[in-house]
Design a protein around this ligand. Sequence first.
Ligand SMILES: NC(=O)c1ccc[n+]([C@@H]2O[C@H](COP(=O)([O-])OP(=O)(O)OC[C@H]3O[C@@H](n4cnc5c(N)ncnc54)[C@H](OP(=O)(O)O)[C@@H]3O)[C@@H](O)[C@H]2O)c1
Length: 272
Amino acid sequence: MASKHNRIAVLGAGKMGGILLQAFLQSKLVAAADLSATVAHDERAAALSYKFGITVSTDNLAAASHADVILLGVKPQQMDALVHTIAPALKPGKLLISFAASVSTAAIEAAAGQDIAVVRAMPNTPAKLGAGITALCRGRFVSDEQLALAEKIFATVGRVVTVDEKHMDAVTGLSGSGPAFIYIILEALAEAGVNVGLPRDIATQLAAQTTYGAAKMVLETGSHPALLKDEVTTPAGCTVDGILELEEGGLRVTLIKAVKRATQRARELANP
Ligand SMILES: NC(=O)c1ccc[n+]([C@@H]2O[C@H](COP(=O)([O-])OP(=O)(O)OC[C@H]3O[C@@H](n4cnc5c(N)ncnc54)[C@H](OP(=O)(O)O)[C@@H]3O)[C@@H](O)[C@H]2O)c1
């Protein structure tokens, strides 16, 4: 099970890796002495080491040797070379967790050249505020205990769901790309507020808190979104007129197409 005795290394600590390092320390998932990271450039290693008070180097093999759980955060096209490099440090019992988009657990197992436990994770950027959602899937050699440990690790940055690996591209298209889709909706709502006479800062707050509140209602009441929508929609009222415009404008179909297209792109990147 997860314990503070697990030594964790984040190899490729860029934007997402940095968010994770911060969350691991803040949540006390692991002590600073048991956490390390790598990057490509020496000066970035020094800056990160100073910022977090942990060991950060450019030596992936050394970092992997000293860790029980190894998170892989390089770009998808760099993953194969990274896993080859650390292969001599891998042994049964160690857990690899990749959070690179589009790289399969089978590809990582093959690059490692051994029966090693590989979990694949797809977090999203609201992880920065602990409001992310991460989808996990397990490779062939992952025990229930190792999957539970991966869940505990990603719970430090928000919600966690577990899916079959075949769904990971769909997750990328929905919750990975999703924040960008929602920002556009939110920006448009704020713009609409300005259009009907509201000051921009007030319109942005109204739009953002409304988006947040509606999402919280779905998550915490467990009610179907359609039911919650019906509760806001009084007969012959204002909302139903607005909904008619949304339907005429094709918002629903457009969002469905956006997620389908992003999923398709994730699939293309996985199988170039
Ligand atoms: N950003 C997101 O929203 C998000 C969400 C889910 C998944 N991901 C996945 O997370 C991964 C990283 O994305 P990112 O946005 O965090 O990119 P990023 O900021 O560019 O981070 C990549 C990091 O990898 C380091 N690096 C490159 N080659 C290395 C090597 N050989 N050894 C060790 N470190 C190396 C870079 O070091 P330097 O800093 O020294 O250049 C950089 O810090 C990608 O695979 C992406 O698919 C990202």
